[in-house]
Design a protein around this ligand. Structure first.
Ligand SMILES: *[C@@H]1O[C@H](CO)[C@@H](O)[C@H](O)[C@H]1NC(C)=O
Ligand SMILES: *[C@@H]1O[C@H](CO)[C@@H](O)[C@H](O)[C@H]1NC(C)=O
Ligand SMILES: *[C@@H]1O[C@H](CO)[C@@H](O)[C@H](O)[C@H]1NC(C)=O
Ligand SMILES: *[C@@H]1O[C@H](CO)[C@@H](O)[C@H](O)[C@H]1NC(C)=O
Ligand SMILES: [Fe+2]
Length: 648
């Protein structure tokens, strides 16, 4: 009887919560944290409301991520209540807490007092900064609209109006607190704040990401820690498994608020980036497996170590061995605990990540060609991204290209004047990830990997004929020895080649304006096999194209002369999907309105397999092979050979 009554109460409570309704907000396109009007927060602490998080100390066994139970009691819940996770946890206005009944407009509620250049040093109050995560409680309920909600592990309500939610936290160099707000995201009113919780060692070295170095026998390891070089010496301990390891030094970078270009990166989105270290592991033996771990040597002589990781050294350029490459763009990040719009900002991101992790033993290198995190100036999101891809980036080189969401900012030298980087103007991408170039703002580079050469362009800087970048592209394409590296790949973020994207279609050109004008002749002259793009969030593959025409009607098996370049849009890495236009062009062979990525497998110098896999199941939905001998690359095509003479 008692049980029955409780169950009834439970169901009524759940229904009440579910029926409070869901304030409708558009999905996709906006960084979820940017919807919070945090600077106009007012204070209405309620004596009977509470929010508590446990455990209090995380990472006791060296974990860099943990799930936290957050128990919430709200005497008058409303449909737009939300929880913000703040880090650092410190609340500048602690003093106000002794007046729980008063309503305060927080002193920090004007941007001038939050971000005056003068006292940047003691800018610690969380209420001047966006939370690192946000969860609208009703959205959590709605995502599982049925009564099982009550028993679901992520959310349930007790008869006494308590809710428990689970959050996943990652070690981000500072402590955390949880705050309950009413008034929705636009008019936040702080109702309750939790105690702070933290990781046992918030400074721990974390989230290693590998990249190819500038020379063929080098791998770089980049990671993030809370240790400045005055406090500890950063290093990587590495070597063959089961042999005596050696130590390699690391360089350290960081930046300040003033390094960034504008808001929100300089204001509510700012968060201390910690220290970003890069070590150069040299003289690698091709294809050999290596073990490594990240370390910091403290001044008292003791070491702080990360866990151990392994990688396989890159093949010698031209080397004949199995080589498997992943290409995609626009993946972004999402939260496994359902925070930040229940993954609706980049809905395919976790599926893509999970498929790559599943396949990691059959992957040798990854190219994420722009639009990396969509942090858009909310710096905390970069830690969360590097944590999400850690199982991939710690095991194989994770090579990035620059996209509009990394670089674009008005009056900052970007080719486009948009605000897509949220004020980051490239600083985050160029510091958090290593790329083998001198000046990382000029984000174009060459990467040799066994039988492949990749020429990575930067669409956020001018690429047209006559520019510094155009010269680089020509140099990269022209200097490869195709007998040794037959597979020549061009990649860039925006579609410089061909795409049936709705917007590009409306312009009638099926490309980024001015995209292929000058490049087409380079692709042709240097017999580029394939060109990859992101930016458009879907999948599309063209026939081999020369001057806007298909050079063959073949769809799945290519052999003989390289007289056209196959253009591939692989921008469905995770962000909300882009619609195709109505028009069906001759050159478009396969379109897919879904999330996915491309895998290239070079078996040897004459055989290459192309596969498009969906992120939802990892299965192949489009594929073709190229089979070709060296003489087919040498064979003369229009533009593709020097003039000859028959004189003898
Ligand atoms: C060195 O300093 C660290 C951090 O202060 C401390 O945890 C560690 O126990 C010290 N080690 C020794 C050998 O004193
Ligand atoms: C391109 O190469 C294919 C295969 O070698 C050949 O059949 C075709 O005629 C060529 N097209 C042009 C335009 O050269
Ligand atoms: C290259 O690899 C393909 C696919 O495995 C195989 O069929 C072919 O015989 C190989 N060619 C050479 C020259 O080894
Ligand atoms: C992610 O994968 C799951 C499992 O296949 C699927 O049900 C879900 O729809 C996928 N999500 C997206 C956004 O494609
Ligand atoms: Fe983009």
């Amino acid at each position: 009887m008692k049980m029955g009554l409780m169950l009834l109460k439970l169901i009524i409570v759940c229904l009440l919560w579910v029926n409070l309704g869901l304030s409708h907000r558009p999905l996709g396109g906006e960084q979820p944290l940017s919807n919070i009007n945090i600077l106009s927060t007012s204070l209405a602490l309620h004596p009977h409301a509470s929010i508590n998080a446990s455990p209090v100390l995380l990472g006791l066994k060296g974990e860099d991520t943990e799930w936290v139970d957050v128990k919430l009691w709200s005497p008058n819940p409303s449909s737009d209540d939300w929880i913000g996770v703040f880090s650092p946890a410190k609340f500048k206005y602690d003093l106000l807490l002794i007046w729980p009944y008063s309503l305060y407009r927080l002193a920090c509620g004007s941007s001038s007092s939050c971000y005056s250049e003068a006292d940047v040093k003691d800018q610690q109050p969380y209420i001047c900064s966006a939370p690192i995560k946000v969860l609208i409680i009703m959205e959590a309920v709605h995502a599982q609209v049925n009564l099982h909600v009550c028993k679901h592990h992520q959310f349930w309500l007790h008869q006494d109006w308590k809710a428990t939610l689970r959050f996943q936290l990652i070690n981000q160099r500072a402590d955390f607190s949880f705050a309950l707000f009413s008034g929705g995201l636009s008019n936040p009113t702080l109702v309750a704040v939790s105690h702070s919780i933290s990781f046992a060692n918030p400074k721990a070295p974390l989230y290693p990401r590998l990249a190819l170095g500038k020379s063929r026998d080098e791998i770089t390891v980049t990671w993030t820690s809370g240790y400045s070089i005055d406090e500890a010496v950063p290093l990587v301990e590495w070597g063959f498994p089961d042999s005596i390891p050696k130590q390699a030094p690391a360089g350290t970078l960081t930046f300040t608020r003033n390094t960034l270009c504008g808001a929100p990166a300089r204001t509510v989105g700012w968060r201390d980036p910690g220290f970003i270290h890069t070590s150069f592991l040299k003289d690698l033996w091709p294809n050999r497996p290596y073990m490594y771990r990240l370390g910091h040597l403290l001044s008292n002589g003791s070491y702080v170590w990360s866990k151990k990781y392994t990688f396989k050294a890159p093949p010698y350029p031209g080397q004949d061995s199995l080589q498997r490459v992943i290409v995609f763009g626009d993946m972004g990040k999402a939260e496994r605990d359902g925070s930040n719009e229940y993954s609706n900002y980049q809905p395919g991101s976790l599926n893509t990540t999970d498929q790559l992790i599943k396949d990691i033993n059959d992957i040798d290198i990854v190219f994420h060609i722009g639009d990396i995190t969509y942090a858009n100036g909310y710096l905390s999101q970069w830690d969360q991204f590097t944590s999400q891809v850690e199982p991939i980036a710690s095991a194989v080189p994770y090579m990035i290209a620059s996209g509009n969401h990394e670089r674009d900012w008005p009056n900052s030298g970007s080719f486009y004047d948009g605000v897509d980087s949220g004020g980051e103007c490239g600083v985050l991408a160029q510091t958090m990830f290593y790329v083998p170039i001198e000046n990382r703002d000029k984000f174009w580079y060459k990467a040799d990997y066994g039988m492949f050469r990749f020429c990575i362009a930067d669409t956020e800087h001018d690429w047209r004929e006559g520019t510094e970048q155009y010269k680089f592209i020509e140099h990269c394409l022209s200097t490869v020895d195709r007998q040794k590296q037959p597979w020549l790949i061009f990649a860039a973020h925006r579609v410089l080649g061909y795409s049936s994207d709705k917007w590009y279609g409306l312009e009638g050109s099926f490309e980024e304006p001015m995209g292929r004008e000058g490049l087409q002749k380079l692709w042709q002259r240097y017999k580029v096999d394939m060109a990859f793009y992101g930016h458009v969030h879907n999948y599309e593959r063209s026939c081999p194209i020369y001057q806007n025409q298909c050079v063959t009607s073949e769809k799945s098996y290519y052999s003989g002369t390289v007289n056209g370049t196959i253009h591939v849009v692989a921008g469905g890495g995770g962000s909300h999907l882009s619609e195709f236009g109505q028009l069906n062009t001759k050159w478009s062979l396969h379109k897919d309105f879904d999330h996915g990525f491309v895998k290239l497998t070079a078996f040897n110098h004459s055989s290459l397999l192309f596969e498009y896999k969906k992120s939802r199941d990892g299965n192949v939905y489009d594929s073709f092979t190229i089979s070709r001998d060296y003489r087919d690359v040498l064979a003369c095509i229009p533009d593709g050979c020097e003039p000859t003479t028959s004189a003898s």
